[in-house]
Design a protein around this ligand. Sequence first.
Ligand code: NAP
Length: 327
Amino acid sequence: MLSTAAILGCAGYAGQETLDRVLAHPELEPIALGSDSLAGQAGSALDLRLDGDLPAFVSNEEALAAGADVVFLCLGHEEAAATPIPRDTVVIDLSGAHRLKEPALYPEWYGFEHPQPAGLDAWSYALPELFPPAGPLIANPGCYATAALLALGPLAEALNPVSAVVDAKSGVSGAGREPKAFSHAGFVLENLSAYRVGAHQHAPEIAQGLGFSVCFVPHLLPIRRGLLVTCYAQATDDDLRDRLEDAYATAPAVRLLPEGASPELARVQGTDGAEVALFEDRATGRAIVLCALDNLGKGAAGQAVQNANLALGHEETLGLRLQGVLV
Ligand SMILES: NC(=O)c1ccc[n+]([C@@H]2O[C@H](COP(=O)([O-])OP(=O)(O)OC[C@H]3O[C@@H](n4cnc5c(N)ncnc54)[C@H](OP(=O)(O)O)[C@@H]3O)[C@@H](O)[C@H]2O)c1
Protein backbone atom coordinates (compact mmCIF):
# COMPACT_ATOMS: atom_id res chain seq x y z
CA MET A 1 0.00 0.00 0.00
CA LEU A 2 1.52 3.30 -1.13
CA SER A 3 1.12 6.43 1.04
CA THR A 4 1.88 9.95 -0.19
CA ALA A 5 4.08 12.29 1.84
CA ALA A 6 4.60 16.05 2.08
CA ILE A 7 7.58 17.57 3.88
CA LEU A 8 7.38 21.15 5.15
CA GLY A 9 10.70 22.77 6.00
CA CYS A 10 12.42 20.37 3.59
CA ALA A 11 15.50 22.62 3.15
CA GLY A 12 16.51 22.38 6.80
CA TYR A 13 18.61 19.60 8.28
CA ALA A 14 15.62 17.76 9.77
CA GLY A 15 13.66 18.18 6.52
CA GLN A 16 16.49 16.98 4.28
CA GLU A 17 17.06 13.92 6.48
CA THR A 18 13.31 13.19 6.44
CA LEU A 19 13.40 13.39 2.64
CA ASP A 20 16.32 10.94 2.68
CA ARG A 21 14.26 8.39 4.66
CA VAL A 22 11.16 8.96 2.50
CA LEU A 23 13.22 8.35 -0.67
CA ALA A 24 14.52 5.09 0.81
CA HIS A 25 10.99 4.00 1.78
CA PRO A 26 9.32 1.50 -0.57
CA GLU A 27 5.79 2.56 0.47
CA LEU A 28 6.08 6.36 0.79
CA GLU A 29 5.92 8.63 -2.24
CA PRO A 30 7.04 12.26 -1.80
CA ILE A 31 4.46 14.42 -3.59
CA ALA A 32 5.22 17.85 -2.11
CA LEU A 33 8.48 19.32 -0.83
CA GLY A 34 7.94 22.59 1.01
CA SER A 35 10.57 25.30 1.36
CA ASP A 36 9.79 29.00 1.28
CA SER A 37 13.39 29.82 0.33
CA LEU A 38 13.65 27.23 -2.49
CA ALA A 39 10.06 27.37 -3.86
CA GLY A 40 10.08 26.97 -7.64
CA GLN A 41 13.52 25.34 -7.76
CA ALA A 42 14.47 21.71 -8.43
CA GLY A 43 15.70 19.28 -5.79
CA SER A 44 19.28 19.83 -6.93
CA ALA A 45 19.07 23.38 -5.50
CA LEU A 46 19.15 21.74 -2.07
CA ASP A 47 21.62 18.96 -2.82
CA LEU A 48 23.27 17.96 -6.10
CA ARG A 49 22.60 14.30 -5.30
CA LEU A 50 18.87 14.97 -5.80
CA ASP A 51 17.90 14.42 -9.43
CA GLY A 52 15.01 15.40 -11.68
CA ASP A 53 12.61 12.65 -10.57
CA LEU A 54 11.61 14.68 -7.54
CA PRO A 55 8.79 17.24 -7.55
CA ALA A 56 10.16 20.82 -7.55
CA PHE A 57 10.06 22.72 -4.26
CA VAL A 58 6.89 24.62 -3.46
CA SER A 59 6.08 27.00 -0.62
CA ASN A 60 5.33 25.39 2.73
CA GLU A 61 1.71 26.51 2.39
CA GLU A 62 1.37 24.76 -0.98
CA ALA A 63 3.00 21.61 0.37
CA LEU A 64 0.49 21.52 3.22
CA ALA A 65 -2.39 21.86 0.76
CA ALA A 66 -1.14 19.01 -1.48
CA GLY A 67 -3.42 16.47 0.23
CA ALA A 68 -0.68 13.99 1.22
CA ASP A 69 -1.51 11.03 3.49
CA VAL A 70 1.29 12.07 5.85
CA VAL A 71 2.70 15.54 6.48
CA PHE A 72 6.09 15.95 8.12
CA LEU A 73 6.45 19.35 9.81
CA CYS A 74 10.18 20.13 9.90
CA LEU A 75 9.70 23.78 10.81
CA GLY A 76 10.79 25.99 13.68
CA HIS A 77 8.74 25.64 16.86
CA GLU A 78 6.69 28.81 16.53
CA GLU A 79 6.11 28.30 12.81
CA ALA A 80 4.89 24.74 13.41
CA ALA A 81 2.60 25.91 16.23
CA ALA A 82 1.00 28.41 13.83
CA THR A 83 0.51 25.88 10.99
CA PRO A 84 -3.16 25.05 10.31
CA ILE A 85 -3.36 21.29 10.83
CA PRO A 86 -5.23 19.38 8.08
CA ARG A 87 -8.01 16.99 9.13
CA ASP A 88 -7.94 13.25 8.39
CA THR A 89 -4.18 13.34 7.79
CA VAL A 90 -1.29 11.83 9.70
CA VAL A 91 0.87 14.77 10.82
CA ILE A 92 4.31 14.24 12.36
CA ASP A 93 5.66 17.42 13.95
CA LEU A 94 9.44 17.26 14.43
CA SER A 95 9.46 20.58 16.30
CA GLY A 96 8.61 21.12 19.95
CA ALA A 97 5.32 22.88 19.12
CA HIS A 98 3.03 20.03 20.16
CA ARG A 99 5.13 18.04 22.63
CA LEU A 100 4.09 19.65 25.91
CA LYS A 101 0.61 18.98 27.28
CA GLU A 102 0.62 22.07 29.52
CA PRO A 103 0.21 25.27 27.40
CA ALA A 104 1.63 27.49 30.17
CA LEU A 105 5.04 25.83 29.67
CA TYR A 106 5.41 27.33 26.17
CA PRO A 107 6.09 30.95 27.17
CA GLU A 108 8.43 29.75 29.90
CA TRP A 109 10.52 27.28 27.87
CA TYR A 110 9.95 28.24 24.22
CA GLY A 111 9.41 31.98 24.56
CA PHE A 112 5.99 32.21 22.86
CA GLU A 113 2.33 31.85 23.82
CA HIS A 114 0.93 28.75 22.18
CA PRO A 115 -1.62 29.84 19.52
CA GLN A 116 -3.68 26.62 19.84
CA PRO A 117 -3.53 25.73 23.56
CA ALA A 118 -6.82 23.80 23.51
CA GLY A 119 -5.57 21.65 20.64
CA LEU A 120 -2.51 20.24 22.42
CA ASP A 121 -4.50 17.34 23.92
CA ALA A 122 -5.16 15.96 20.45
CA TRP A 123 -1.44 15.25 19.91
CA SER A 124 0.28 12.09 21.11
CA TYR A 125 3.90 12.37 22.23
CA ALA A 126 5.24 9.34 20.42
CA LEU A 127 8.52 7.63 21.22
CA PRO A 128 7.67 4.23 19.69
CA GLU A 129 9.57 1.99 22.15
CA LEU A 130 7.96 3.65 25.21
CA PHE A 131 4.87 5.58 24.05
CA PRO A 132 3.66 4.45 20.61
CA PRO A 133 1.53 6.89 18.58
CA ALA A 134 -2.10 7.02 19.68
CA GLY A 135 -3.74 8.90 16.82
CA PRO A 136 -2.98 10.78 13.62
CA LEU A 137 -1.41 13.86 15.25
CA ILE A 138 2.08 12.94 16.43
CA ALA A 139 4.56 15.07 18.33
CA ASN A 140 7.97 13.62 17.52
CA PRO A 141 10.23 13.81 20.60
CA GLY A 142 13.27 16.08 20.77
CA CYS A 143 16.72 14.60 20.19
CA TYR A 144 18.01 15.00 23.76
CA ALA A 145 14.64 13.97 25.20
CA THR A 146 14.63 10.80 23.08
CA ALA A 147 18.03 9.78 24.45
CA ALA A 148 17.22 10.69 28.07
CA LEU A 149 13.87 8.87 27.94
CA LEU A 150 15.32 5.77 26.26
CA ALA A 151 17.91 5.65 29.07
CA LEU A 152 15.70 6.45 32.05
CA GLY A 153 12.10 5.82 30.93
CA PRO A 154 11.99 2.06 31.64
CA LEU A 155 13.67 2.72 35.03
CA ALA A 156 11.51 5.64 36.18
CA GLU A 157 9.82 3.70 38.97
CA ALA A 158 13.07 2.25 40.25
CA LEU A 159 14.97 5.52 40.73
CA ASN A 160 15.08 8.21 43.39
CA PRO A 161 13.73 11.16 41.33
CA VAL A 162 15.67 13.93 43.09
CA SER A 163 18.95 12.14 42.37
CA ALA A 164 18.55 12.11 38.57
CA VAL A 165 21.07 14.07 36.48
CA VAL A 166 21.30 14.03 32.67
CA ASP A 167 24.59 15.21 31.16
CA ALA A 168 24.18 15.52 27.39
CA LYS A 169 26.50 16.25 24.46
CA SER A 170 25.48 16.85 20.85
CA GLY A 171 27.05 17.60 17.50
CA VAL A 172 26.47 20.97 15.89
CA SER A 173 23.79 19.87 13.39
CA GLY A 174 21.44 19.82 16.40
CA ALA A 175 21.35 23.61 16.04
CA GLY A 176 20.02 23.46 12.47
CA ARG A 177 21.33 24.60 9.10
CA GLU A 178 20.47 28.24 9.67
CA PRO A 179 23.79 29.86 10.74
CA LYS A 180 24.06 31.09 14.33
CA ALA A 181 26.97 32.65 16.23
CA PHE A 182 27.36 29.58 18.45
CA SER A 183 27.33 27.15 15.52
CA HIS A 184 30.09 29.05 13.69
CA ALA A 185 33.19 26.91 13.01
CA GLY A 186 35.39 29.47 14.73
CA PHE A 187 33.48 28.90 17.94
CA VAL A 188 32.71 25.19 17.69
CA LEU A 189 35.93 23.60 16.41
CA GLU A 190 38.37 22.37 19.08
CA ASN A 191 35.95 23.63 21.72
CA LEU A 192 33.47 22.11 24.17
CA SER A 193 30.88 24.29 25.83
CA ALA A 194 27.76 23.91 27.94
CA TYR A 195 24.72 25.91 26.82
CA ARG A 196 21.25 26.75 28.13
CA VAL A 197 22.52 25.34 31.42
CA GLY A 198 19.53 24.34 33.53
CA ALA A 199 17.23 26.09 31.05
CA HIS A 200 17.00 23.92 27.91
CA GLN A 201 13.52 23.43 26.44
CA HIS A 202 13.86 19.63 26.46
CA ALA A 203 13.82 19.60 30.30
CA PRO A 204 10.01 19.85 30.62
CA GLU A 205 9.60 17.25 27.88
CA ILE A 206 11.85 14.82 29.76
CA ALA A 207 9.92 15.54 32.98
CA GLN A 208 6.61 14.92 31.22
CA GLY A 209 7.86 11.53 29.97
CA LEU A 210 9.40 10.40 33.26
CA GLY A 211 6.88 11.85 35.71
CA PHE A 212 9.61 13.81 37.51
CA SER A 213 12.11 16.56 36.71
CA VAL A 214 15.80 15.89 36.15
CA CYS A 215 18.81 18.18 36.30
CA PHE A 216 19.69 18.48 32.59
CA VAL A 217 22.75 20.15 31.04
CA PRO A 218 23.48 20.00 27.28
CA HIS A 219 26.92 20.54 25.73
CA LEU A 220 28.03 21.28 22.18
CA LEU A 221 30.58 18.91 20.64
CA PRO A 222 32.88 19.95 17.76
CA ILE A 223 31.42 17.29 15.44
CA ARG A 224 28.65 17.36 12.83
CA ARG A 225 26.21 14.78 14.13
CA GLY A 226 25.53 12.40 17.02
CA LEU A 227 24.44 12.80 20.61
CA LEU A 228 25.31 11.02 23.84
CA VAL A 229 23.63 11.32 27.23
CA THR A 230 25.12 10.08 30.49
CA CYS A 231 22.46 9.81 33.19
CA TYR A 232 23.20 9.41 36.90
CA ALA A 233 20.63 8.37 39.54
CA GLN A 234 20.27 6.46 42.78
CA ALA A 235 18.41 3.21 42.23
CA THR A 236 15.67 2.14 44.64
CA ASP A 237 15.51 -1.36 43.18
CA ASP A 238 18.14 -3.83 41.96
CA ASP A 239 16.43 -5.01 38.79
CA LEU A 240 17.41 -2.18 36.47
CA ARG A 241 18.95 -4.42 33.79
CA ASP A 242 15.82 -6.62 33.74
CA ARG A 243 13.68 -3.52 33.20
CA LEU A 244 15.82 -2.35 30.27
CA GLU A 245 15.90 -5.86 28.79
CA ASP A 246 12.10 -6.07 28.98
CA ALA A 247 11.72 -2.66 27.36
CA TYR A 248 14.03 -3.30 24.40
CA ALA A 249 13.95 -7.08 23.85
CA THR A 250 11.97 -6.74 20.61
CA ALA A 251 12.75 -3.11 19.74
CA PRO A 252 14.24 -2.91 16.23
CA ALA A 253 15.76 0.56 16.69
CA VAL A 254 17.18 0.35 20.23
CA ARG A 255 19.99 -1.95 21.28
CA LEU A 256 20.72 -2.62 24.97
CA LEU A 257 24.46 -3.27 25.04
CA PRO A 258 25.95 -6.22 26.91
CA GLU A 259 27.33 -5.56 30.39
CA GLY A 260 30.58 -3.61 30.29
CA ALA A 261 30.08 -2.19 26.78
CA SER A 262 29.64 1.55 26.39
CA PRO A 263 27.65 3.40 23.69
CA GLU A 264 29.65 5.17 21.00
CA LEU A 265 28.72 7.95 18.62
CA ALA A 266 30.61 6.36 15.74
CA ARG A 267 28.28 3.33 15.76
CA VAL A 268 25.08 5.41 15.63
CA GLN A 269 26.08 8.34 13.41
CA GLY A 270 24.16 8.23 10.13
CA THR A 271 21.73 5.63 11.50
CA ASP A 272 18.22 5.60 12.99
CA GLY A 273 19.19 3.33 15.88
CA ALA A 274 20.12 4.02 19.49
CA GLU A 275 22.44 2.27 21.92
CA VAL A 276 21.66 2.05 25.65
CA ALA A 277 23.96 0.75 28.39
CA LEU A 278 23.71 0.36 32.15
CA PHE A 279 26.58 0.56 34.64
CA GLU A 280 26.85 0.71 38.41
CA ASP A 281 29.30 3.25 39.83
CA ARG A 282 31.73 1.20 41.94
CA ALA A 283 32.45 4.12 44.30
CA THR A 284 28.91 5.34 45.05
CA GLY A 285 26.61 2.55 43.90
CA ARG A 286 24.76 4.98 41.64
CA ALA A 287 23.22 3.77 38.43
CA ILE A 288 24.80 5.21 35.29
CA VAL A 289 22.71 4.84 32.13
CA LEU A 290 24.03 5.97 28.76
CA CYS A 291 22.33 6.42 25.43
CA ALA A 292 23.88 7.32 22.09
CA LEU A 293 21.95 8.20 18.95
CA ASP A 294 22.14 10.42 15.88
CA ASN A 295 20.30 13.67 16.55
CA LEU A 296 19.10 13.73 12.92
CA GLY A 297 18.28 9.97 12.88
CA LYS A 298 16.62 8.44 15.93
CA GLY A 299 16.59 12.00 17.34
CA ALA A 300 14.56 13.41 14.41
CA ALA A 301 13.92 12.03 10.89
CA GLY A 302 14.35 8.31 11.63
CA GLN A 303 11.96 8.46 14.55
CA ALA A 304 9.52 10.58 12.49
CA VAL A 305 9.39 7.93 9.76
CA GLN A 306 9.16 5.16 12.40
CA ASN A 307 6.14 6.99 13.86
CA ALA A 308 4.67 7.52 10.38
CA ASN A 309 5.01 3.79 9.67
CA LEU A 310 3.16 2.92 12.87
CA ALA A 311 0.43 5.50 12.24
CA LEU A 312 -0.08 4.53 8.59
CA GLY A 313 0.07 0.77 9.16
CA HIS A 314 3.39 0.17 7.38
CA GLU A 315 6.05 -2.15 8.77
CA GLU A 316 7.77 -0.22 11.59
CA THR A 317 11.29 -0.07 10.14
CA LEU A 318 10.58 0.65 6.45
CA GLY A 319 12.81 3.46 5.18
CA LEU A 320 14.98 3.47 8.32
CA ARG A 321 18.77 3.17 8.39
CA LEU A 322 19.30 0.29 10.79
CA GLN A 323 21.64 -2.09 8.98
CA GLY A 324 25.34 -2.05 8.43
CA VAL A 325 28.63 -1.64 10.24
CA LEU A 326 29.78 1.81 9.10
CA VAL A 327 33.19 2.78 10.48
N1 NAP B 1 18.61 19.56 13.89
C1 NAP B 1 18.26 18.57 14.70
O1 NAP B 1 19.09 17.75 15.13
C2 NAP B 1 16.83 18.42 15.13
C3 NAP B 1 16.48 17.28 15.88
C4 NAP B 1 15.16 17.12 16.29
C5 NAP B 1 14.23 18.09 15.98
N2 NAP B 1 14.59 19.19 15.28
C6 NAP B 1 13.55 20.21 15.02
O2 NAP B 1 13.26 20.25 13.62
C7 NAP B 1 12.87 21.59 13.27
C8 NAP B 1 13.76 22.06 12.12
O3 NAP B 1 15.10 22.05 12.60
P1 NAP B 1 16.35 22.04 11.62
O4 NAP B 1 17.49 21.59 12.43
O5 NAP B 1 16.01 21.31 10.37
O6 NAP B 1 16.47 23.61 11.31
P2 NAP B 1 17.18 24.33 10.07
O7 NAP B 1 18.17 23.40 9.45
O8 NAP B 1 17.69 25.63 10.59
O9 NAP B 1 16.01 24.57 9.04
C9 NAP B 1 14.83 25.25 9.40
C10 NAP B 1 14.37 26.10 8.22
O10 NAP B 1 15.27 27.19 8.04
C11 NAP B 1 15.33 27.50 6.64
N3 NAP B 1 16.74 27.36 6.22
C12 NAP B 1 17.40 26.27 5.83
N4 NAP B 1 18.66 26.53 5.50
C13 NAP B 1 18.83 27.82 5.67
C14 NAP B 1 19.91 28.67 5.51
N5 NAP B 1 21.11 28.24 5.05
N6 NAP B 1 19.71 29.98 5.86
C15 NAP B 1 18.51 30.40 6.30
N7 NAP B 1 17.45 29.62 6.47
C16 NAP B 1 17.60 28.34 6.16
C17 NAP B 1 14.48 26.53 5.90
O11 NAP B 1 13.19 27.07 5.67
P3 NAP B 1 12.72 27.69 4.27
O12 NAP B 1 13.47 27.05 3.15
O13 NAP B 1 11.25 27.42 4.21
O14 NAP B 1 13.04 29.15 4.38
C18 NAP B 1 14.38 25.38 6.90
O15 NAP B 1 13.23 24.62 6.74
C19 NAP B 1 13.05 22.46 14.52
O16 NAP B 1 11.81 22.64 15.16
C20 NAP B 1 13.98 21.63 15.38
O17 NAP B 1 13.82 21.86 16.76
C21 NAP B 1 15.86 19.37 14.82
